[in-house]
Design a protein around this ligand. Sequence first.
Ligand code: C5P
Length: 132
Amino acid sequence: MTNLKTVEVVAAIIELDGKILLAQRPPHADQAGLWEFAGGKVEAGETQPQALTRELREELGIDALPARYVASHQREVSGRMIHLHAWHVVAFHGEPTRHYHSALLWCKPADALKQRLAPADIPLLEAFMASR
Ligand code: C5P
């Protein structure tokens, strides 16, 4: 088996009024055009909530505090082993705005499953739905 580099990545399931926020990966990124939960790589010395708060400020311009850990999933993405950790976000300041993604979409969790999601995000959405 090849030894792939493992990357720790956090993702936010942001919920407002029964809908969750999907973000479409931009053309220049890997997995371009697929929908994901906003987030990104955990940097050295950061906890997962700290990394997520930073990423949500950078990518969506919101101030958010992750409320609850949901689930993790490990999967090969573009030649790297992505260890993706989902957190539920229910409180944030500001209006989510595109600073990185091609588009944003609020939808009910069941409708989110019908979108072309990044593969590692699918089991996290399923775990989120099962936890309610
Ligand atoms: O967004 P960023 O490029 O920092 O993410 C690191 C890696 O994690 C990328 O390969 C990206 O496609 C993947 N990722 C993912 N699902 C997310 C966030 C990132 O598969 N919700």
